[in-house]
Design a protein around this ligand. Structure first.
Ligand SMILES: Cc1ccc(CCc2c3nc[nH]c3cc3c(=O)[nH]c(N)nc23)cc1
Ligand SMILES: [Zn+2]
Length: 375
């Protein structure tokens, strides 16, 4: 069968290592570098599919762990799959659930066959394995599935990380066998290895030899310092096939998106925009601001002069300040809309800078305006 998910390279920026591309999936294509809004429980919090399309979201993410526990992958399968269930006809990527087990539930116990843990909502004993994670994602019908991996905490000893990488590689083989390419879905391998160059190389070699249609860098954005992340990217990205999508999991903030793209990453996800929106924190072209601040009570200008989003075109800082202070749901919708549009616009500016071979210059301009300290 033809590969369900393919990468089309358009060009590489002459000033940096960033690349412009297109990822093709059964539910359509999206340009890269791309920011992928996170919709953990089958919704990008407070946003409708129409609004996500209006802001040019090309692909969204959802979660195996959460949807398995509630409403159940069987329910979503019976509904005709996740696209139909949530009325989203563009690409969907689902994570495999391992990461969520480690970040959400206690009493977990990792064995060769899989992970035993307790349901973080009711304490029931549960078991998740490579085979189970593939079956759930198959039921959801996502266009891009992630292999079942272990994302060790940061920091981890070299000894622990080596054993974990070797198990994750064995789990990746089991995912491929379980998937058996029966579904028209792409399966990405996840490279682990933490901050250790030799283990990143071992993980990459193991997974590249299994010929996945795409690859992710896991094990980062788990509390490590930015320079540890950037160094890991520098020696891991070159190990990944140039003709396949490269996804950096859990990243990230505006500066990390730009620095990741410069190091050859194509796909990013982050819960940040909708998570910080809920407490009124907004990303703007001149840095972050918290709209609850008293300074905005009588500020009748837009959130961000340079933003053309629905919120900035129709509402003032004073109005959003009022709604968030009054704990009005519409306020969270307006701040979420703006933050998502901000990151989606940022990635369009990154793609344009690659087209013009000036992503290095763009990085300087953006860091200056946003207030990021110099490298
Ligand atoms: C809906 C959804 C939410 C979140 C994610 C990414 C979640 C995520 C990480 N987030 C920060 N760092 C991360 C590392 C890993 C990792 O090593 N492996 C996996 N499978 N996921 C990770 C994917 C989908
Ligand atoms: Zn805006």
């Amino acid at each position: 069968m033809t590969a369900a998910v393919t990468y089309e390279h358009i060009k590489t920026c002459k000033q940096t290592g960033a690349r412009l591309g297109i990822v093709h999936t059964p539910h359509g294509s999206f340009e890269t570098p791309a920011f992928m809004p996170v919709g953990t429980q089958a919704t990008v919090k407070t946003m409708s599919p129409e609004e996500l399309k209006a802001m040019n979201a090309g692909i969204i993410l959802s979660n195996t762990y959460h949807l398995w526990l509630r409403p159940g992958n069987d329910v979503i399968k019976e509904a005709g799959g996740l696209h139909k269930f949530m009325n989203w006809d563009r690409p969907i990527l689902t994570d495999s659930g391992g990461f969520q087990v480690f970040s959400l539930s206690e009493f977990r116990n990792i064995k060769e066959e899989g992970v035993h843990f307790r349901n973080h909502m009711n304490g029931d004993k549960l078991f998740l394995s490579p085979e189970k994670a593939m079956q759930i994602q198959n039921d959801l019908g996502s266009d891009i599935m992630m292999a079942f991996d272990e994302c060790p905490p940061f920091p981890a000893t070299h000894e622990y990380m080596k054993a974990s990488v070797e198990r994750t590689s064995r789990w990746a083989e089991r995912c491929l066998e379980a998937h058996a390419r029966k579904a028209d879905q792409g399966l990405f391998g996840i490279i682990q290895g933490g901050e250790y160059e030799d283990l990143r190389k071992q993980s990459a070699q193991d997974l590249v030899s299994l010929d996945f249609p795409g690859y992710a860098i896991g094990g980062l954005s788990v509390g490590e310092p930015k320079d540890v992340m950037n160094r890991a990217l520098e020696f891991t990205t070159p190990l990944m096939p140039a003709n396949k999508p490269r996804y950096l999991m859990g990243v990230g903030s505006p500066d990390s998106l730009i620095d990741g793209a410069i190091r050859g990453i194509d796909m990013f996800d982050c819960v940040l925009p909708t998570r910080i929106a809920r407490n009124g924190t907004l990303m703007t072209s001149t840095g972050r601001l918290n709209i609850k601040n008293a300074a905005f009570k009588r500020d009748f200008g837009p959130i961000d002069e340079k933003c053309d989003c629905y919120t900035c075109k129709n509402y003032s800082r004073a109005y959003v300040h009022h709604l968030i202070r009054a704990d009005e749901t519409f306020g969270i919708r307006l701040t979420s809309y703006h933050n998502l549009q901000f990151l989606l616009n940022l990635m369009e500016q990154v793609r344009q800078a690659i087209r013009e071979d000036r992503l290095g210059d763009f990085r300087e301009e953006f860091f200056e305006a946003y207030g990021f300290n110099k490298p």
